[in-house]
Design a protein around this ligand. Structure first.
Ligand code: 2NL
Length: 397
């Protein structure tokens, strides 16, 4: 048994004893006994004897002892629990107050009987009766105040906050690296005057292929065939459908970027993932040329990767651009070119399909992989790390 348990026993014993003694004072025999002695109240000895019998309500040590023993209980919860047992004691005091001092209490009855006493005894008895009543009333009030103080201590014990304890830390989450990179790309183009457009990930073959000048029998479809939902809908393999939809609904000039999730039926390896993110750009207006395309990409490369990077365009083929180019970049000291993505002047057939006049407006577009840009900037060598949710990876950014 530890010392705290020992103290607990002592407090509980004191409380029980106090309670028992208080209940004795409510016993009808003691009440009638006091009333009987009324005839002899003029005798100071009798008064002292009655006070002795009423000692439990006048003993200032009861609560002092309870308090002292409570303090020895180390645990605030145990202390609060014990203090709950003060309720019966408080109820006993109230019952005593009613029985002794209440309207029908023994003092009220004794004062009534005062008139029947012989005149010579009446004055002295009345005086003593008053003094005794005052004594009982004072004693009860004092005990009541001490009880209240103990109850307040119990509330304090329950509500006590230890300000010296270390706080509870909740680690803050943050945006995934891909989201951070996407938002930074959006910010760069927003500053250049482009809008950000988004659209559905489940798209029709029309918006994925036909509108982009990729006919049904064209071998190029294979490259973009992804996951079909039904006969004519599939998870978009690029964000180009968003650009088609914007062009259908907007007259030129159009300046937008379309970032978002894309799907391809690739077997995953360090550089391929069936789910990835792309940002495409589209600018359609009168008088645009490949020179404008080169400037926009170069500006972006310098903003995103740094001024120490150079870029280059080289010939390629896409069904939806003519001419089409590949975009590479490298840091000034390096000999290796790194591929960023593809670009080109929007094919006149694509412009005509959305109702634009290819004789009047020209446009350019590019498509870059967001994972690829993040991998180049942060030296990440496996595209799969973006989706495996390993906190050791995620928390680095
Ligand atoms: C790549 C190549 C490219 C486009 C995307 C485009 C969109 C419309 C019209 C014309 Cl609506 N072009 N987008 C153009 C050239 C290349 O992406 O391999 N990206 C990862």
């Amino acid at each position: 048994m530890n010392s705290s348990n020992g103290s607990l026993k002592v407090v509980e014993q004191t409380l029980n004893q106090t309670q028992e003694q208080l209940f004795l004072l409510l016993d009808p025999s003691i009440l009638t006994n006091i009333q009987k002695q009324f005839q002899t109240f003029s005798d100071p000895k009798v008064l002292e004897d009655i006070k002795k019998q009423l000692r439990p309500i006048a003993d200032p040590h009861i609560f002092a002892d309870i308090k002292k023993n409570l303090r020895a209980l180390g645990d605030a919860t145990t202390r609060a629990d014990v203090l709950k047992q003060l309720r019966p004691i408080s109820e006993a005091f109230e019952a005593i107050r009613v029985e002794y001092l209440g309207r029908k209490g023994i003092f009220a009855q004794m004062f009534k009987e005062l008139g029947q006493l012989a005149p010579d005894k009446r004055a002295k008895t009345g005086q003593n009766l008053n003094a005794l009543k005052k004594w009982v009333s004072n004693a009860l009030e004092e005990r009541h105040n001490e009880l209240k103080a103990l109850s307040e201590a119990s509330i304090i014990a329950e509500e006590k906050v230890d300000l010296t304890l270390p706080g509870v830390y909740h680690s803050l989450g943050h945006l995934h690296l891909l989201t951070q990179v996407q938002q930074e790309i959006e910010s760069i183009f927003l500053h250049m005057g482009f809008d950000v457009a988004t659209g559905p990930e489940i798209e029709s073959e029309y918006y994925n292929f036909e509108a982009l000048n990729i006919p049904e029998d064209h071998p190029a479809r294979e490259e973009w065939d992804s996951f079909y939902i039904d006969d004519s809908h599939l998870l978009r393999p690029h964000t180009s459908p968003v650009q088609i939809r914007v062009m259908e609904q907007t007259d030129p000039p159009v300046r937008i970027i379309c970032p978002g999730r894309c799907y391809r039926r690739d077997t995953q390896d360090a550089t391929h993932s069936p789910v990835f993110h792309q940002v495409e750009l589209l600018w359609v207006e009168e008088g645009l040329s490949l020179a404008n395309l080169k400037y926009v990409i170069e500006y972006f490369v310098h903003e995103f990767f740094g001024a120490e990077y150079e870029m280059r365009l080289s010939g390629d083929f896409f069904p939806f651009t003519e001419p089409s180019v590949q975009v590479h970049m490298r840091s000034l000291g390096s000999s290796d070119w790194l591929e960023l993505g593809g670009a080109g002047m929007v094919d006149p057939a694509v412009l005509a399909k959305v109702g634009y006049d290819p004789e009047k407006v020209t446009g350019f577009a590019f498509g870059f992989g967001i994972e690829r840009m993040a991998m180049l900037r942060y030296g990440i060598d496996d595209i799969r790390t973006f989706l495996t949710n390993d906190l050791r990876f995620i928390e680095q950014f």
